[in-house]
Ligand binder design. Structure first.
Ligand SMILES: *[C@@H]1O[C@H](CO)[C@@H](O)[C@H](O)[C@H]1NC(C)=O
Ligand SMILES: *[C@@H]1O[C@H](CO)[C@@H](O)[C@H](O)[C@H]1NC(C)=O
Ligand SMILES: *[C@@H]1O[C@H](CO)[C@@H](O)[C@H](O)[C@H]1NC(C)=O
Ligand SMILES: *[C@@H]1O[C@H](CO)[C@@H](O)[C@H](O)[C@H]1NC(C)=O
Ligand SMILES: *[C@@H]1O[C@H](CO)[C@@H](O)[C@H](O)[C@H]1NC(C)=O
Ligand SMILES: *[C@@H]1O[C@H](CO)[C@@H](O)[C@H](O)[C@H]1NC(C)=O
Length: 451
């Protein structure tokens, strides 16, 4: 039976059992008996005992974790900037720091320095950072700890799950796994150790219930990388599935635009130039450059009057910008998922489409390069191009586990995380998993396969 047919039957069964509609549905008894070998009263008993929904671990995307910093600097870029702080303070996201004058201080604390010998990044001298809240949801529900509305993140997902299932609890069955999103997976090995432990502990603490990984944007790529590092038996034991919201599977042309010209994060008064100084130091931005698996060498991504750049021309692109570190970081990160390996777990891939998304970066005059591009748009979710969002379809031929694809028209890259259709899909998924679990349990008790 296909997923949906089983799911529909099980949901029907679960609802019937929970609501005790058996008298109104005389056929149910026979149906249950034939499909499960169970008596309806046994089933009812079991549904009460074993009705834990699957635990969920939230894996955020680029910019989707809080970062705290502590300073002990000898030099600052401006007399307004603090040199020392007694304790850690909120660096990302703290909307108060993203104001014109203070922005330069912020940039100088948030940027990374690349070491071309170790091929890793580090904070500038005198800056210590940490990512708070690993294991609970608080720091991924809102990005600005003052909970102001532009920083809403996983809050609506968490609320939808809490509303749908009484047994869900923050920090126990819904957990967050924030990380330093400035880094790409080659620099996240400690994070992956913690994530693995979080998954194993959650599985044990929740009566050996397999975990749903719910990732957004770059989080989907980080999850695929992580899953590729685990053995198949580990994945089969601990992971129910990966749910990807707006997964940037093949990168995004927007990353090229951010390297070239910066991004004001939608706040018009912020200087793109200042922000670019920080943004271009993140290896994760190089990790998100359009991938060769998704774009070919005859497609022009960046165009100047004298020169075109395709996926094969990143070395020249960065050299011409006088930023060869960008190319070094691309070399480090492009090999992480080079042949686009499948995660080998069930995957549910939700994404938006039908929104203008940067497809080409064009310079009409040489003097516009690199800070003043014109942009050409194509289909996508406003940030990630459609072919990249649909990337999970490539897994269909590469893995035997199911790949479910659920595109949502008009669901913008960030908005998908509170889109009613996406939330409904998620609720249906956990209810189905719960029903499946019940039947598995039942099947093993009866020493026969339920389905
Ligand atoms: C601050 O940095 C200086 C060196 O620049 C060092 O001597 C001092 O111990 C540091 N203070 C703290 C609290 O780490
Ligand atoms: C590393 O960086 C230094 C200083 O910027 C530079 O002189 C050197 O050529 C670089 N080495 C490599 C291998 O890129
Ligand atoms: C998780 O955070 C919530 C508040 O958001 C708190 O009530 C709960 O106790 C925390 N759980 C754990 C296990 O720390
Ligand atoms: C490259 O991709 C474009 C657009 O998807 C396609 O039209 C073209 O045929 C491809 N070229 C090669 C050489 O594969
Ligand atoms: C760049 O590519 C465009 C097509 O996208 C082409 O018309 C143009 O001649 C190319 N320019 C250069 C300098 O090769
Ligand atoms: C890169 O550096 C060269 C040599 O200093 C300079 O001529 C050129 O204008 C610079 N390019 C950009 C885009 O800054």
């Amino acid at each position: 039976m296909g997923f949906y047919r089983v799911a529909v039957f099980l949901l029907h069964l679960l609802v019937s059992v929970e609501c005790d509609l058996t008298e109104k549905k005389p056929n149910l008894k026979a149906e249950v008996l034939s499909k499960t070998g169970m008596d309806i009263s046994e089933l009812q008993e079991l549904s009460k005992k074993d009705s834990t929904p699957p635990p969920i671990i939230l894996i955020p995307g680029d910019g989707g974790s809080q970062i705290e910093a502590k300073l002990n600097k000898t030099d600052v870029v401006h007399y307004l900037c603090d040199k020392h702080t007694e304790d850690f303070f909120d660096l990302w996201l703290n909307l108060e720091l993203l104001v014109p004058l203070i922005l330069d201080c912020w940039v100088d604390n948030m940027r990374l320095e690349y070491d071309n010998v170790t091929r890793t990044t580090h904070n500038p001298e005198g800056v210590t950072t940490r990512v708070p809240g690993f294991g609970n949801t608080t720091t991924v529900e809102f990005l600005d700890p003052s909970n102001v509305s532009p920083s809403r993140y996983f809050i609506d997902v968490v609320k939808a799950l809490l509303d749908a299932e009484k047994k869900y609890k923050r920090g126990e069955t819904i957990l967050g796994a924030p990380f330093d999103f400035r880094r790409a997976p080659n620099e996240l090995s400690e994070y992956f150790i913690e994530l693995k432990k979080l998954i194993e502990d959650t599985y044990e603490n929740q009566g050996k219930r397999r975990v749903v990984l719910l990732a957004h944007s770059m989080g989907s790529l980080v999850s695929v990388y992580f899953l590729n590092q685990q053995s198949q038996s580990w994945k089969d034991k601990y992971v129910a599935c990966l749910v990807s919201l707006a997964g940037a599977f093949g990168g995004a042309v927007k990353a090229l635009k951010v390297f070239a010209a910066g991004e004001n994060l939608g706040i018009i008064v912020l200087s793109r130039k200042a922000l670019r100084t920080e943004q271009m130091t993140s290896p994760s931005l190089a990790f998100l450059l359009p991938s060769r698996t998704f774009w070919n060498s005859s497609e022009v991504l960046v165009s100047r009057p004298s020169k075109n750049y395709t996926v094969n021309d990143y070395e020249e692109f960065f050299r011409d910008m006088n930023y060869s570190i960008g190319f070094e970081m691309w070399k480090d990160t492009s090999k992480l998922l080079a042949d686009f390996p499948a995660p080998n777990v069930e995957i549910h891939c939700l994404h938006g489409y039908g929104i203008n998304t940067i497809e080409q970066v064009i310079y009409k005059k040489e003097s516009n390069f690199p800070m003043d591009p014109d942009l050409i748009y194509g289909d996508g979710d406003g940030t990630v191009n459609i072919r990249s969002l649909q990337g999970c379809l490539k897994f269909k031929e590469k893995q035997k586990q199911q790949v479910y694809h659920f595109p949502i028209k008009g669901a913008e890259h960030m908005e998908i995380i509170r889109d009613p259709q996406a939330l409904q899909y998620l609720v249906k998924l956990v209810k189905t998993d719960k029903a499946m679990e019940m039947l598995r349990h039942l099947g093993s008790l009866k020493h026969k396969n339920a389905i």
